[in-house]
Design a protein around this ligand. Structure first.
Ligand SMILES: [Zn+2]
Length: 406
């Protein structure tokens, strides 16, 4: 069934742009008064002037009335949207200046989410995940990575990953799951960090493979979680088992992105504390530099060195880090707009970071640009010019979102 949608005031295709390095808005391809034709598999066939299509060639014509700017659906390559409970109390303590350790002592932090996530049923976790994914979808996010890592024992990590898998069946967004059992060593594990990682490697990862629950493994590399040696050991072993690798790197101290590059990770994520040395390392590698402005906003800390990363030639992806603790907002568009203003990014760099460059972090090269053969994952904003989208700093919402042309 062939379908035609249009006319759009503008289609911002993001086609033809490089995966790495700085971008200028002059490089953007903009097609005015355009139509988009979509094939029976939900892929884009052609984008050109709406009036040059022959309407009789299509099984369905979806007419757009009034003005509208079409851009690719966003790809959020780093979230933790499967969790039980909330951490509003932590947040209030943190913004009032209470140190992290004091909050943890008062029963807050990841251990709090862990208790509530362990207590939730698989069905409950599935439902909250679907509801958050659908909110994201209504805001133009058509592909969403979702991490486990709030259960931190074998059975409950499997429960989280099963909940994410069944959530994927119930939302129209694509969910990509990642095992983050190496988020931190749970307080009730009696043994060293290395022994905990060995248990994950020996028991959990084979079970994940067997049930086909995920093909991605992540670790929180930080002195307070898993150090550089432990991370390098764990990731190399996970890679041997056939998992793709991603790393929570350089959030509070450096070391993580070096591990990520050395192990050949798809992405190094966070990077708030990266120095010129890590910037160069990432720029010279194939590892995507994923930044999470929502975490800077949630923790009141500096943004990652995005301008430097782009100028050095890195592939910069922007994701929400949506989670109950440090990044509760979960709004990619607002965060991308604010990051652009703070880090002096072009509109092209922000949109590339939230679309095809973040798709690269998930190794999904079939989406994030509007061109022949790519998925018709698209969103339309009620405006005449693409620059109005970031200009409104998140307050202009998409009025239509398509997943595979539907
Ligand atoms: Zn995270």
């Amino acid at each position: 069934m062939k379908k035609l949608i249009g006319p759009f005031s503008q289609v911002l295709t993001l086609a033809g742009l490089p995966l790495k390095g700085a971008l200028e808005d002059e490089q953007l391809e903009i097609i005015e008064n355009a139509g988009v034709s979509i094939d029976e598999n939900g892929n884009i066939d052609e984008i050109k002037s709406f009036t040059s299509f022959v309407l009789a060639d299509f099984d369905e014509v979806e007419q757009i009335k009034g003005e509208g700017v079409l851009i690719p659906g966003f790809v959020d390559c780093h979230t933790h949207i499967c969790w039980g409970g909330n951490r509003a109390r932590d947040y209030a303590m943190r913004v009032a200046g209470k140190p992290y350790l004091e909050i943890a002592k008062a029963g807050g932090g990841i251990q709090d989410s862990m208790r509530k996530t362990r207590a939730a049923s698989e069905e409950e976790l599935k439902e909250v995940t679907v509801s958050r994914a659908n909110r994201h979808l209504s805001r133009g996010v058509t592909t969403i990575e979702v991490k486990s890592g709030y259960a931190l024992d074998i059975d409950n990590e499997l429960k989280m990953l099963r909940a994410i898998k069944s959530a994927d069946q119930e939302t129209k967004a694509d969910l990509v799951s990642t095992c983050l059992a190496a988020h931190m060593k749970p307080k009730d594990f009696e043994g060293t960090s290395k022994e905990y990682l060995d248990r994950v490697l020996g028991v959990l990862l084979p079970a994940i493979k067997k049930e086909n629950l995920s093909d991605r493994v992540d670790i929180f590399t930080e002195e307070t979680a898993f150090n550089v040696e432990e991370s390098a050991y764990y990731l190399a072993k996970a890679k041997e088992q056939g998992f793709e690798i991603t790393v929570h790197a350089d959030q509070f101290s450096t070391g993580g992105s070096k591990v990520a590059v050395e192990v050949g990770a798809l992405s190094a994520e966070h990077l708030e504390s990266s120095t010129d040395e890590e910037v160069k390392l990432l720029a010279d590698s194939d590892t995507v530099a994923t930044v999470l402005p929502g975490a800077s906003l949630g923790l009141g800390m500096q943004y990652p060195p995005c301008r430097k990363l782009l100028d050095a030639g890195a592939c910069l992806a922007i994701a929400s880090d949506w989670n109950p603790g440090s990044a509760p907002m979960g709004d990619m568009l607002t965060q991308g707009a604010l990051l652009g203003a703070m880090e002096k990014l072009s509109t092209a760099e922000v949109f590339a970071g939230m679309t095809f460059r973040s798709a690269k972090a998930l190794n999904l090269m079939d989406r994030g640009q509007l061109e022949k053969g790519k998925l018709a994952d698209m969103q339309m904003y009620p405006c005449e010019d693409y620059r109005e989208i970031l200009y409104n700093q998140g307050m202009l919402a998409p009025t239509r979102v398509w997943k595979k042309g539907k």
